[in-house]
Design a protein around this ligand. Structure first.
Ligand code: FES
Length: 250
């Protein structure tokens, strides 16, 4: 579907969550700003214009403006979205912006996704586990095309946090690995260079904080801005957990 460029002469109303947790005087509230829509206006463009011309204290994050860095995740009319990739022409005249839930609030629309992702990586040991020491002079390890393509699919995650914010389980269980965490586990579990056994993976994901904590709403699959195959990820991890459990029973 081709995105609309703009709707003629629209005056947009932005209702934006404001709160600075560092300021004892600050209280959470919504603040309204108005703006004339321009062709191909994204939430990124609109917020910059508001900050430049109306309120320099407005906090939000952007870096790449191209759906690559993952820093601009926010709730746009209740849906976790990338601000740089969301066009105002696809939205009604009133646009409500909130910070992503689950993550620690830095201020206004800015959240700290970095700490959450670092803790998740440490908890799942999300890196290649191999006995042999890395030799930078050795030839590249070869793998078959299908495996490389499957790993690449999972590796496309930009860690924006939109899936985590949309996840019912992650919103109530702070220890839940979340869709991004399970995706990372799957990425290494299917990598032939990672020497962890099925039993090792069982310890990581076969519990309520792992793949069995998912309550199946699958909002993550619907909203992932990179359209990662998260349904397949859960299927893969559940099959892996099952085969590990079966082999334990002997
Ligand atoms: S600014 Fe980098 S993903 Fe939006």
């Amino acid at each position: 579907m081709t995105a609309k460029t703009t709707q003629a002469g629209r005056r947009l109303r932005f209702e934006i969550f404001r709160y600075n947790p560092e300021d004892p005087e600050s209280t959470p509230h919504m603040q309204t700003f108005e703006l004339d829509e321009t062709p191909y206006m994204s939430i990124f463009i609109a917020l910059n214009e508001i900050r430049e011309k109306q309120d320099p204290s407005l906090q939000f994050d952007f870096a790449c403006r191209a759906a690559i860095c993952g820093s601009c995740g926010m709730m746009v009319n209740g849906r976790p979205s990338l601000g740089c990739r969301t066009l105002t022409s696809d939205l009604p005249d009133v646009i409500k912006l909130h910070p992503l839930p689950v993550f620690k609030l830095i201020g206004d629309l800015s959240v700290d996704t970095g700490t959450w992702f670092r803790e998740m990586v440490e908890k799942t040991e999300g890196w290649i586990h191999a006995q042999e020491a890395f030799d930078p002079d050795a030839q590249e390890t070869r793998m078959d095309d299908d495996t490389a393509a499957a790993i690449y699919e999972n590796d496309r995650c930009i860690e924006c946090g939109c899936c985590v914010a949309s996840c019912g389980a992650a919103n109530v269980n702070e220890d839940f690995l979340g869709p991004a965490g399970l995706n990372r586990v799957a990425r290494f579990a299917m990598d032939p260079r990672d020497e962890r056994s099925d039993a090792d993976w069982f310890e990581v994901v076969s519990n309520q904080d792992g793949v069995f904590g998912c309550i199946g709403l699958m909002a993550c699959h619907d909203i992932c801005p990179k359209e990662l195959p998260l349904l397949e990820v859960y299927g893969y991890l559940r099959r892996k957990a099952l085969s590990s459990a079966m082999s334990k029973r002997g």
